[in-house]
Ligand binder design. Structure first.
Ligand SMILES: C[S@@+](CC[C@H](N)C(=O)[O-])C[C@H]1O[C@@H](n2cnc3c(N)ncnc32)[C@H](O)[C@@H]1O
Ligand code: SF4
Length: 386
């Protein structure tokens, strides 16, 4: 039986950040009880049709799940533990913003059963925090990190780099300060311009430019070098950890394991039935419509389709080649319902990419992207996949 991960989406934020295209919404008042009841109901619906399975992780993402009442997290964790066979070392992560209000609630989330916190620090520079439209300053971020470290066994935080005008030297200095504060896991994202965001408008108007090409590549290599000095390695394109501290939840996605996703706009991939069909589902995105549908039908699935073997292989490769460990062709075959690996990729393109040094076979026959390849993954993959 494939083990499961469980993602729970909390769709509300105190304000919308200008770079962010996540399914997040600002509301004057959040109907906490209504959303708690709907999340529990949708989880019960999925649990009933999925049956008892090993559960390796729960991840509260958003949006800003630290704006959820801690008792909502407690109830959902309890429901999940009752419905599935929780692994003894189950990882339970909550994303939190480092404003003082939220920091004050962290103890209650720990009490609720959360054992890993992921803090959205974004930067330790005041000017950058203002540019990113954040509602906290650097001192609040450090205070949140310290509070979190005292409470949670595991801690990670996010930074956004490759910001306009960011010089390599100043990024190295900022990152070193962050690494000194970090425990054993960091998510380090290059700023990207997402369509439909405020930054997309400003960027299109030429109000700022981002480091690109060689410059962005240099920043990425500098990031990896600085992280290595602290013993953190990039186990995925943007995620750095000490060995053993990798996010189990995210590994489940990248290794193309099964996951349930409940809440507005959540996606899921679950193998079901005797024939091992892999069903992909996505849910309604608008929070109120999602809640109304859950109230009516017990779930708010907008679309659910079995994935064809070739789509399964594509997804497994898209995810797996982001990982430093790469992909095992036998695993890709198993997860795609038996499609031979040679039929999932363009073999002459595969040979060419290996020849050019972007992909490689390891001694134990795993396909990996080289450091050069990882910088260009978005361009390489469409060519490689059939
Ligand atoms: C769902 S958000 C984080 C949760 C939390 N609400 C917060 O803002 O701290 C996940 C992370 O994605 C990153 N992110 C979001 N949009 C991005 C973008 N356009 N470019 C780079 N990183 C981005 C940020 O680092 C953010 O913390
Ligand atoms: S970055 Fe976080 S706080 Fe900002 S809008 Fe996105 S989800 Fe909300």
């Amino acid at each position: 039986m494939e083990p499961l991960a469980l993602y729970i989406h909390w769709p509300f934020c105190a304000a919308k950040c200008p770079y962010c295209d996540f399914n997040s919404h600002v509301r004057e008042r959040i109907e906490q009880a209504r959303f708690r009841a709907a999340l529990r109901r949708e989880l019960a619906f999925e649990a009933a049709r999925t049956g008892r399975r090993p559960l390796v992780s729960i991840f509260f993402g958003g949006g800003t799940p630290s704006l959820m009442e801690p008792e909502t997290a407690a109830a959902l964790i309890e429901d999940a533990r009752a419905a599935f066979d929780a692994a003894p070392d189950i990882e339970i992560t909550l994303e939190a913003n480092p404003t003082s209000v939220e920091t004050g609630r962290l103890a209650a989330f720990r009490e609720a059963g959360v054992n890993r916190l992921s803090l959205g620090v974004q930067s330790l520079e005041e000017a950058a925090l203002r540019f990113l439209g954040r509602r906290h300053d650097a001192a609040q971020a450090v205070a949140a990190l310290e509070a979190a470290r005292a409470l949670f066994p595991r801690l990670s935080f996010d930074l956004i780099y490759a910001r306009p005008g960011q010089a390599e030297g100043s990024w190295r200095a900022e990152l070193r300060r962050a690494l000194a504060l970090a425990a054993d896991h960091l998510s380090l994202y290059q700023l990207t311009i997402e369509p439909g965001t405020r930054f997309a408008t400003l960027h299109a108007r030429g109000e700022f430019a981002l480091p690109e090409g060689e410059e962005a590549a240099r920043l990425y290599l500098a990031t990896t070098e600085e992280a290595a000095r602290f013993g953190l390695r990039p186990y995925e394109v943007s995620n750095y950890a000490r060995p053993g501290a990798e996010s189990r939840h995210n590994l489940q996605y990248w290794r193309y394991g099964d996951y349930l996703g409940i809440g507005p706009g959540a996606h899921q991939r679950v193998t079901r039935g005797a024939d091992g069909a892999l069903l992909a589902a996505r849910r309604h995105r608008a929070p109120e419509e999602w809640a109304a549908r859950v109230g009516r039908d017990g779930h708010a699935i907008a679309e659910e389709t079995p994935l064809a073997p070739i789509e399964r292989a594509r997804e497994a490769l898209l995810m797996g080649l982001r990982l430093a460990e790469g992909v095992d062709p036998a695993r890709v075959e198993a997860r795609s319902g038996g499609l031979p690996f040679a039929e999932a990729v363009d073999s002459s393109m595969l040979a060419a990419l290996i020849e050019e040094g972007y992909l490689a076979w390891t001694d134990d026959r795993r396909l990996v992207a080289t450091p050069e390849g990882r910088l260009r993954l978005d361009a390489l993959l469409p060519a490689l996949l059939r």
